[in-house]
Design a protein around this ligand. Structure first.
Ligand SMILES: [Cu+2]
Length: 459
């Protein structure tokens, strides 16, 4: 793994060399260096070294793009390019993204900042950049054809505006969107309040919700997919590849989520209740907030969730659509619940020696068994906790709350050590054994149709 510090040391040279290929020497002298990160680990918060002070966010499995100040303007350089993203250990996807990753780096600015963002296109087709949710001059809105021509391959455009409203935003292309967003082109944007004391929290996590359709064994997403995605991701990562959100007990925590997938996601926290304190339109006035443990985030929406992390533990945090907490292979599998597969298994193993019967008692056995998988794919559910398999994939992670975690420490503290007597326990069982009817489908019995349609269109 390359640390960000190491990467930044080498970034200047690598960036200039890479830039020279596509931009003229004159333009190159004017452009900020290209900073690129390929590591999928969550990076420490980026402390502002120039410009106005703010409380930085932490991007789950991502990073914040450094800037340079030039005549009072905050200048960033985004490079649209093909990237390889590790979705979780064991699977890599060939995506399109920015500065080495998908999603691209988070951009953090302060309310009132004049911002100039250079966008260089290294894709095989034209692109553009739309600054989702921002107040800006119409010509900076990044809609190809409508407000600007596309940025052709090898070309660089500059966007410039004043970050007017503090809040939570996103960026993504508004050019061949169906392809470019299905390929992972998107990023997070946070405009911090001018006064760092406004809406201050101790920890401020951000991530985008996105989804991919990648066949087991393949590397490139199918871009025509509308609903049948099989990899449901936070920042292009699936569990167990999603970092835990590490929190000191008693911290006030904010989690900002933007949804750039093609369906809504009810985001759910365990053990705490949160308030939605921010939406697409800015901060929610305190009088208009109510407590929730699940909030639905529709397509194109941003939400800021806030809570006091007072209960120590490893708390689940996930999308509540159960198919969204499973990985590839979860979809075209017929429901076999209650179906005796012994004979079927013998017959099929004659044809397919690796065939394994599954699902007779539910799908949990899938998480336990070591199924042979094609190269470059992930088990449907995985991840190990201290009590065994977590039986989750996709949009699932944890909020790990502990006493004594230092201010900017985001390292995984390991499994929660439960105080004695605070874990659910097994009770001595003196009940008679479970009796089931021997045969329910024979003469006059109940016929149970267990096989559901294979179509998976309803999310
Ligand atoms: Cu979901």
């Amino acid at each position: 793994m390359v640390s960000r510090r190491d990467f930044l040391k080498g970034a200047s040279l690598a960036g200039v060399a890479a830039t020279a290929a596509t931009v003229s020497k004159v333009a190159m002298a004017a452009l900020p260096e290209i900073i690129s990160v390929s590591d999928a680990d969550t990076q420490a918060p980026h402390m502002p070294d120039t410009g106005r002070p703010y409380n930085p966010v932490v991007t789950l499995n991502g990073w914040t793009l450094p800037w340079r100040m030039r005549n009072g303007v905050k200048e960033f350089h985004l490079v649209a390019e093909p990237v390889v993203r590790e979705l979780a250990p064991g699977m890599k996807a060939h995506l399109w993204g920015y500065n080495g990753q998908s999603p691209g780096p988070t951009i953090e600015v302060v309310e009132g900042d004049r911002v100039r963002i250079y966008v260089t296109n290294r894709l095989p087709e034209h692109t553009s950049m739309h600054w989702h949710g921002q107040r800006l001059p119409n010509g900076m809105d990044g809609v190809t054809g409508l407000t600007q021509p596309g940025i052709k391959p090898g070309k660089t455009f500059a966007y410039e505006f004043v970050a007017q409203r503090a809040g939570t935003f996103m960026y993504h292309p508004h050019a061949d969107e169906m392809t470019q967003m299905a390929m992972g082109m998107m990023g997070f944007w946070v405009t911090h309040p001018k006064n760092p004391a406004t809406m201050a929290v101790d920890r401020d996590f951000v991530f985008l919700i996105n989804a991919y359709d990648i066949d087991p064994g393949a590397y490139t997403p199918r871009i025509n997919t509308m609903l049948n995605f099989n990899l449901w991701t936070f920042n292009s990562r699936v569990f167990p590849g999603i970092s835990p959100m590490v929190v000191n007990q008693g911290d006030r925590v904010r989690i900002r989520v933007g949804n750039l997938s093609m369906t809504n996601h009810p985001i759910h926290i365990h053990g705490h209740e949160f308030m939605v304190t921010g939406t697409d339109g800015g901060w929610v006035p305190p009088s208009a907030r109510w407590p929730e443990v699940t909030t639905d985030i529709a397509v194109g929406q941003m939400r800021a969730l806030e809570f006091k992390a007072d209960a120590p533990g490893d708390w689940a945090f996930h999308c509540h659509k159960s198919h969204h907490t499973m990985n590839a292979m979860g979809h075209d599998v017929p429901t076999m619940l209650g179906v005796e597969q012994r004979d079927l298994k013998q017959q099929l193993q004659g044809l397919l020696p690796d065939y394994m019967a599954m699902g007779q008692h539910g799908m949990a056995d899938m998480a336990e068994m070591q199924m042979p998988l094609p190269d470059n794919t992930l088990p449907m559910m995985s991840g190990q906790g201290q009590f065994g398999g977590v039986e989750m994939g996709g949009m699932f992670t944890t909020v790990k709350i502990r006493k004594g975690i230092a201010k900017h420490d985001y390292r995984d503290p390991g499994h929660y050590q439960h105080p004695a007597g605070t874990v659910a326990w097994e009770v001595e069982n003196d009940l008679p054994p479970v009796e089931r009817p021997a045969d329910t489908d024979a003469h006059g019995g109940v016929e149970v149709q267990v096989r559901k349609p294979g179509d998976h269109m309803q999310h």
